[in-house]
Design a protein around this ligand. Sequence first.
Ligand code: PLP
Length: 478
Amino acid sequence: MPTMLNANQTLGAAFRASPAVEAAIHSILAELQVRQSKLTAVRSASGDLRETLQSWLARAADVRGRGGLYPYVGSGFGNGALVELADGSVKWDLINGIGVHMFGHSDPMLVETMLRASLTDLVMQGNLQYNEESIEFAEFLRDEAAAHSRLAHCFVTNSGCMANEAALKVCQQKTSGAPRIIAFADCFMGRSTTMSQIGDTAAYRQGVALNVQVDYLPFYDEDLGERSIDRAVWQLEQYIHRYPSQHCALVAELIQGEGGFNTAPREFFVALFERAKAAGIPIWDDEIQTFGRTQSMFCFEQLDLGSYIDVVTVGKITQACACLYTAEFNPKAGLLSGTFSASSSAFATGLAILRRLKSGGFYGATGLNAQLFEAFRQHADSFVKSHPQWFPALPTAMGGESRRFVAGTGGMMRLSPFGGSKEKIGRLLNHLFEDGVIAFSCGHGPYHLRFLPPIGVMQPAQFKSVFEIMERSFARTV
Ligand SMILES: Cc1ncc(COP(=O)(O)O)c(C=O)c1O
């Protein structure tokens, strides 16, 4: 298959490969390296810059009408998992805009890719006008998915939510407009009027005119084991019986993100997918948060569920987002389009990231993702052991108690202090931020600390510094 045009074929390719451009890019990268060598540890804010940050925050709150969760305004610079803010402080970024920046901050290879992408004629590419990299991006995702499933086509969008909107339409068209959808309790799907109704968080749909018919299944509960599978299958049977031929899809996050980094074994999904398929209900796998972070690129590979999947959505780490579907689900002309697919820079960096993910040794039971999780687990386990007072038992859904304080998989890490108290975890997150660790929460009660570290650049040994900071922040919180 022909690849990118080479320098003597078009003016564009000749421009991008010219010695003047090469020299400029190399000198920028050399300067980046010099500056990055000065950014190697957490640092507090410097006096006068505190006010600068405050003034930016005030402007942000004023223009938006509401302040953000954290006093975060970046300086536009970082080094791996460390990020510099506008007040000169440096922090461990263990949430990365909720799982976007897998290679952390100012990664030289991605800076170089962005510089090169900035030399193309288009800022944004779209469904009518696109260049080579948008095709290569979609092909890469499609080929990777097709190796482990029946997925055959890829439609690119510029947000996870729009990828989900595309997936919903594809499923609805395939089922002749079936009006209902089956989703899991505690799921999250994005913020459009439809996705905020399917997502299972009441606050995200307050005031929205409800017009989506969602039937929720309970997610897997480790404490119930086998019975958890029976419970979900029983519930699914009820819905199929009650609303025959009315469901356009069963949508699943194979590992729930916002819902609490909840995992389930293969058998759980197999039991449900088999039953849904028998009733003619398409299977849609939302991998927007999991993509890249588990022990395989698509989480469905790790769980060996590819044969069931009709539609899958990805985003975040990939920079541009996408909806992939099988040949059978390829929709009629007119259903999917849009002015923007993504920026030239998003396509170029997305493609570079995908290639790096594939060749970088991230996957498998002993790959980098598994190793990073293991390092987190060891630090977290000994943290829990040294401070039992911060880890009272967690309430479970069925009225019992759980002592599973450390959970997750690969680049999705969870720690559950303070009995899962929302209020205390909220305070802890603020203290962590002040002390130099940016994290987030997940779950809907119990609540947990959520980490989506930059798995491409974070070193297992760096958790030592992170947990030393945690020690101080926890002590301040209680
Ligand atoms: C599982 C899942 N689906 C969909 C989305 C929505 O993606 P976006 O915020 O890019 O619209 C998210 C975002 O957090 C997500 O985690």
